[in-house]
Design a protein around this ligand. Structure first.
Ligand code: COA
Length: 190
């Protein structure tokens, strides 16, 4: 896996663009990241305008994926300056084991169109193609069936169900682990 990867943006898919997030995305992100239903299975509580603004100027402002706590965030938008539909993150789960983890969140009004699956598939291609990961994982609450379906559709395998392995927002919670290896991903993309 490369020690540092700076993606050439935007990454284009059939219907979408994965682009850099900017401070100008604050209101669009606040719309869905302050929504209790959207945050139900996310590791954070509904966010305030200040929290979203801080995220945009700190973690989301990173331009390269590098280091043991490296991460890259992407805005997902309709092309040519279209509205922000949601955002994605890829982060270094284990640098030595060349393992990355993906995350996704979309605004309620932009779900049910296959946008999350299309964007996550492009992020997986980035993780294996440009970054050269050995293994990519996604983790979710087992009740988050919409998220599990995204992982299924991009070709990840359901690997494990961990019981009460994490205290999320003060509550012992189960975690469903999904994963795909580089060789599995390449075999299905010939
Ligand atoms: C997880 C999340 C991103 C999934 O979003 P989603 O809109 O369900 O996922 P997709 O964009 O891939 O859309 C899939 C649906 O669109 C439908 N669809 C409609 N048109 C489609 C098209 N052209 N192509 C593909 N699918 C299409 C599919 O049939 C599918 O429906 P189904 O889920 O009923 O089977 C969303 O529920 C979310 O943001 N949740 C809150 C945040 C969260 O929990 N994140 C994950 C934390 S682990």
């Amino acid at each position: 896996m490369r020690e540092s990867t700076t993606p050439r943006l935007p990454i284009r898919t059939a219907r979408l663009e994965l682009r850099r997030l900017t401070p100008g995305d604050r209101d669009a992100m606040l719309w869905y990241r302050s929504d209790p239903e959207t945050c139900r299975y996310l590791p954070f509580r509904p966010q305030t305008a200040d929290e979203v603004a801080r995220y945009l100027t700190t973690r989301a402002a990173r331009t390269a994926l590098e280091g043991t706590d490296g991460s890259l965030s992407f805005g997902v938008a309709l092309p040519d300056g279209g509205p922000l539909l949601g955002d994605l993150i890829v982060f270094v789960r284990d640098l030595e084991q060349e393992c990355l983890e993906l995350g996704w969140v979309f605004a309620p009004e932009h779900r049910g169109h296959g946008y999350a699956t299309e964007a996550a598939a492009a992020l997986l291609a980035f993780a294996f193609g440009e970054v050269g990961a050995h293994r990519v994982v996604a983790r979710m609450d087992p009740a988050n069936t919409a998220s599990a379906r995204v992982a299924d559709r991009i070709g990840m395998r359901r690997e494990a169900l961990l019981l009460e392995n994490e205290r999320v927002k003060g509550v012992w919670s189960d975690t469903l682990n999904y994963a795909v290896l580089e060789r599995e991903w390449r075999a299905s993309h010939r």
